[in-house]
Ligand binder design. Structure first.
Ligand SMILES: C[S@@+](CC[C@H](N)C(=O)[O-])C[C@H]1O[C@@H](n2cnc3c(N)ncnc32)[C@H](O)[C@@H]1O
Length: 209
């Protein structure tokens, strides 16, 4: 496992080129996946973790109070520039999802896109998400995950290189991690083979609320 400081540095380095490099795939594919992600979000107080450069901003529900966090100052700098440029009403904070400052049971929904592949300790991050979500609240994720087909083995082999270059693990079993953390899966939808998934889960009522 790569140390947290190293992952943060990789994203700090990628920040400058992030929007430019991803522009074509964003237009062709990601934008429609983001729409589906955000259409599953409920409630009036919402948290986006791993906001990055703010690519989800256009999809935020107008009626909700939205908080957005990331641990990479350089990624967040770009997000803050967008908030200022477009006069958005979003509370952006530098924060680690593994150790958040928010109170227990605070949010109606927590959202993330392509984040739990990078979070150094995903179980710890998901436990924190569960803590800040109210009972019955939604966790909505768009994630690339390890395939359970034959090429999953190659993803395991290539992962040490991938994570050192991009900061993202290509062999995370995020659905399993969500279940291990005590969420109830409402929906698991394959968006591209079994590699990219929309995951909708719920915090059970008996967990701290
Ligand atoms: C692949 S980028 C995705 C950014 C954005 N969600 C998007 O869809 O474009 C992953 C983001 O997760 C952030 N991240 C990774 N681990 C984190 C952690 N422990 N706490 C907060 N942010 C984290 C990274 O800094 C990076 O901005």
């Amino acid at each position: 496992m790569l140390a947290k400081e190293n992952i943060k540095k990789i994203y700090d380095r990628r920040a400058k080129f992030y929007d430019f490099v991803e522009f074509p795939i964003e237009r062709l594919i990601f934008s429609s996946w983001r729409q589906r992600l955000w259409s599953a979000v409920n409630g009036s107080v919402v948290l986006e973790v791993g906001v990055g450069t703010g690519k989800n901003f256009p999809y935020y529900p107008a009626s909700a109070r939205v908080f957005a966090i990331d641990f990479s100052p350089e990624m967040l700098k770009r997000a803050i520039q967008k908030v200022k440029k477009f006069g958005l009403n979003i509370e952006v904070r530098t924060m680690d999802v593994e150790e958040m400052d928010f109170p227990d049971n605070y949010f109606d929904s927590v959202v993330a896109s392509f984040v739990f592949c990078s979070v150094p300790n995903p179980i710890r991050g998901l436990c924190e998400v569960k803590r800040v979500l109210r009972g019955g609240g939604r966790l909505v994720l768009l994630e690339h995950v390890r395939s359970e087909r034959w090429f999953g083995v190659f993803m395991d082999l290539l992962n040490p290189i991938a994570v050192r270059i991009t900061g993202a693990n290509i062999n995370r079993r995020t659905v399993e991690n969500v279940v291990k953390t005590g969420f109830e899966i409402i929906k698991e939808e394959n968006l591209f083979l079994d590699l990219v998934k929309l995951i909708i889960a719920r915090k059970p009522y008996y967990h701290g609320s």
